[in-house]
Design a protein around this ligand. Sequence first.
Ligand code: AMP
Length: 488
Amino acid sequence: MDNAKNALGATIAPSMTSSFSNLHLAEPLARAVADMGYESMTPIQAQAIPVVLTGKDVMGAAQTGTGKTAAFSLPLLQRLMRHENASASPARHPVRALVLLPTRELADQVAQQIALYAKHTKLRSTVVFGGMDMKPQTIELKKGVEVLVATPGRLLDHIEAKNVVLNQVEYVVLDEADRMLDIGFLPDLQRILSYLPKSRTTLLFSATFSPEIKRLASSYLQDPVTIEVARPNETASTVEQRFYKVTDDDKRYAIRSVLKERDIRQAFIFSNSKLGCARLTRALERDGLRAAALHGDKSQDERLKALEAFKAGEVDLLVCTDVAARGLDIKDVPAVFNYDVPFNAEDYVHRIGRTGRAGASGLAVTLVTDHDSRLVADIEKLTKKKIEVEPAPMSDFRAARQSRGGDDYRPRREREYDGVARGAHAHRPSRMAPRAANTDPFFDRPYEAKGAAEAAAWDSQRAAPVKTPGIKPKRKIAALFKAPVAAS
Ligand code: AMP
């Protein structure tokens, strides 16, 4: 089968899925599914939707990218249809379903999907997460909503401020539960769950069923049906995985060489820490590459801006931490770089799942230093694939660096610059797709390569002039020779 599995073991191939019409969803929901263009159910949907429709608790091993959101939200909305009403009174719209997620981006993304599935119904939904003003969220909550999507901390703020009452909740979804525990949300979750009616349906989704997750499930789920479609140790056959031996100093050269040699236009680069992520982004920018950082210390506004810039093709490299990137449904990015080998082998599988999805080929490059052998062995063990660590392709960057040797007395920063002008593409027109209300088309569309006519920033070196030995350039050479650069 051609497009059998994506990196998470999910299959969106029609041959392995079944039709939505078998579910006999209410007409407004069936219409919304048709509007989305879904032809058939993904495996998690085929398994989970009939179970959730019965009202049973579910413990699901599935990750973002598998169609998990529809797997819980469609049956949940179906069950809530009996409460649908057009009354303006908030009292007629109490929270009936609560969906908890670990990060703002994920909460936003899931809320957008739920709004799309519910758009032809009178059921209301909203999202609350931290890092944003509480007031607009409070106004929405006070109007009344049937489905509330939230991150735990901000939800507790609203509960304490008495902006929301949860005593009529019938459904609670703990999504990306393993990540919520990793982040330390357990006490918050326990508090939130204590506010909910005992008689309810609880759905828990997690990438793994670790002992902690099992403990959480045994405390809060009743007789759950276990559904497992995603094997967290599976990597897609469509992803070419490379492990390159580097020193810390060579990591950026290696990335640039790969981008250039493979003619890759956009990529995700993963770093193990927020600080590392910020530093790397700055360094890449200094190198003349168009990079943006996505990590937990960035404000919500900054994160959304970084995503928008990546979507618009104004940024080529999105430098992320695992937590910030987890769950972002950005499909088929041509390449993923592990600037740092992840501490947790499962994160390796998640990271490289960003590329080579649904049959598209992708490249996953992991940069390995002398200190990383244990982490690489962990990945080998988890993926059950022999890993060969090869010499990194350093193409002309290393050659340039070595040949410059002694006669290059420019400061290191300038030496690494290599003629790639910062903001060299600042004159590119914005290709921001028009946004429909309440939906972000970026999340629904596969990755699209930017216009072939435009050179990637790392490619602009081709156009860079030959430097005369012994002459120390005072200004960035590429900037002198390139097309006019708009002031930025
Ligand atoms: P999720 O795992 O819920 O984040 O979904 C990942 C992506 O798959 C989203 O862009 C959904 O719109 C899309 N999707 C969900 N269900 C289906 C389906 N049955 N067929 C095609 N795409 C789907």
